[in-house]
Design a protein around this ligand. Structure first.
Ligand SMILES: *Cc1c(COP(=O)(O)O)cnc(C)c1O
Length: 221
């Protein structure tokens, strides 16, 4: 059986070879190791292997695991990749370093208020519902420009890029291409896209962050 550290190095070399294959600059893509549902003791070997950038999808869960790990390991960068409620903005700003899921004006305002209180200015992504799925979070593609303006001009957030989760039953490439086009039009440089099943494809469409969980940590129970 392979270990998480073996799988981590496999994913990293896949990313490097995809960068070369698709003509991306070396190290253009940052790997976010998605550790949701896994305990601190499962994360430790991955930290010991040198990985420092991690993703979690729940504020509460991250608050339980990461403060202790941050005491033991320097330079951890923790990304919130799951939905955020405005009543959790305080904890989210205190726990995370990057927020990928800004998707409504209320969240944008709550985040800004907390960042000012806590003296933090976290880079943020706007989540885009590229498949326009009713049950899925995210801004509709046609509303990205106006929502970006609202986040920046009215809320004063540091928006660095766009994030998407393609529909599960569709080829991801067209969604990645749409996200890339929307970011380019808006002058945004960062693209958070690609998961265990499609991160190589995402590298080809310009991802700057891929969010990979089960391909590193194994199946979630
Ligand atoms: C869980 C999750 C991932 C990682 O999914 P895998 O298929 O395990 O790689 C990526 N992005 C988001 C938003 C997630 O919730």
């Amino acid at each position: 059986m392979s270990s998480a550290t073996d799988r981590l190095s496999g994913v990293q070399s896949d990313i490097r070879s995809a960068e070369a294959e698709f003509g991306r600059p070396d190290n253009a893509v940052e790997l976010i190791a998605v550790s949701k549902t896994f305990a601190a003791e499962d994360i430790v070997p991955v930290l010991d292997a040198g990985q420092r950038v991690f993703g979690e999808n729940r504020v509460q869960e991250a608050m339980g695991k990461w403060p202790g790990l941050r005491e033991r390991y320097a330079d951890i960068e923790l990304h919130l990749i799951g939905p955020l409620q405005s009543n959790k903005a305080r904890e989210a700003v205190a726990t995370f370093d990057v927020i990928h899921t800004v998707d409504r004006p209320k969240i944008a305002r709550a985040l800004k208020t907390e960042m000012e209180k806590q003296g933090r200015n976290l880079p943020c992504f706007i989540q885009v519902n590229t498949g326009e799925e009713p049950q899925k979070a995210g801004i509709a593609p046609k509303d990205v420009a106006s929502f970006l303006a609202e986040c920046r001009d009215r809320a004063g957030l540091n928006i660095v890029g766009l994030m998407c989760i393609p529909p599960i039953d569709e080829a991801p490439g067209e969604h990645f291409a749409l996200l890339e086009k929307l970011a380019e039009r808006s002058g945004l440089e960062q693209l958070s896209m690609g998961m265990s099943s499609d991160y190589r494809v995402a590298v080809g469409f310009g991802a700057t962050y891929v969010r990979v969980g089960s391909a590193i940590f194994g199946a979630r129970g």
